[in-house]
Ligand binder design. Structure first.
Ligand code: SF4
Length: 292
């Protein structure tokens, strides 16, 4: 069994009065021909790894392989703890964790690609924060991860989840859209509201290019994870408030794929355009390459 449209997934969930996460979980079990409990256990293991990556990223920050980033997640978290934040505690908690996980990835630590390693900070950043704030147990978060994965599968089928293919809209954009849908359901929203939040998040990043400085998944990647987490939270709130995307979510996803295909090669992970091609970006690339 497969779903190729978010609309179908939403309709199935609403017809059965269950979450998108539940539909996806059962679909996975059916496709893999294993009991539902087994796919839940596998997802729980992924969730525990996500949690660990956020904790390590904040408590033991390391410099990245290229030396361009490291410690910014902890810096933001410390700033937040001093109560100086403009964006609020919850937002900054999520954002600092997203940054921290992206830093763990850039220092070759263990993360969960969600949907890719480059965009691995967004889901743990927001889900850990919502878990704490809404007092949800790990099993509930696992349900949210199934919601996110259902959306991710459809984005991968209809568009792309690869920066080399579709730009960063397909990586950090997809992660934010997946996270927004999961957040809506974890907060008790309807599957249709999850679909709207997904569309709202993805629309906001249409055209976002992939331009890693020196070809390293460090700059601007980590900060795009941070801002992706904030996008997911705000999009979820918009969905929960009953705000709808005028363009239906499946059309947004197709548009994202088409925009990705029309991006020149220089803006699709080749490190030949965008920030990678700025004077500073080129200088950093030369310095990094000189290390070898
Ligand atoms: S800029 Fe490119 S490499 Fe970096 S996170 Fe985005 S898609 Fe991945």
């Amino acid at each position: 069994m497969h779903y190729y449209n978010v609309k179908d997934l939403v309709e199935e969930a609403e017809k059965r009065a269950v979450t998108i996460g539940r539909v996806v979980k059962e679909m996975e079990a059916e496709n893999l021909e294993v009991p539902v409990e087994q796919v839940e256990e596998r997802m729980l293991a992924q969730w525990l790894t996500m949690k660990e990556s956020a904790e390590i990223g904040l408590s033991e920050p390391k410099k990245s392989m290229g030396g361009l980033i490291g410690g910014e997640g902890k810096k933001l978290n410390d700033y937040r703890l001093n109560n100086k934040t403009l964006a609020g505690q919850r937002m900054n908690k999520a954002v600092s964790r997203a940054l921290a996980v992206a830093e763990v990835n850039a220092s070759m630590g263990k993360i969960v690609a969600a949907p890719t390693a480059g965009s691995s900070g967004i889901l743990p950043g927001v889900l850990l924060t919502v878990q704490e704030e809404l007092n949800l147990d790990d099993r509930r978060i696992v349900d949210g991860l199934f919601t996110a994965s259902g959306i991710g599968i459809i984005i991968a089928q209809k568009a792309s989840i690869s920066g080399a293919e579709g730009g960063c809209q397909a990586e950090c954009g997809a992660a934010a859209a997946m996270a927004a849908a999961a957040l809506v359901e974890l907060a008790g929203g309807l599957p249709s509201q999850a679909g709207e939040a997904c569309a709202i998040a993805l629309k906001n990043v249409l055209g976002l290019i992939c331009d890693p400085v020196a070809g390293l998944v460090e700059v601007p990647c980590a900060k795009r994870n941070a801002l992706g987490a904030s996008l997911a939270l705000v999009s979820a709130d918009m969905g929960l408030a009953g705000i709808k995307s005028v363009i239906p979510v499946d059309e947004v996803i197709v548009a994202m794929g088409e925009v990705g295909c029309s991006l020149p090669d220089s803006l699709r992970e080749t490190a030949k355009g965008g920030l990678a091609a700025t004077p500073t970006g080129r200088e950093l690339a030369e310095r990094f390459l000189g290390k070898f």
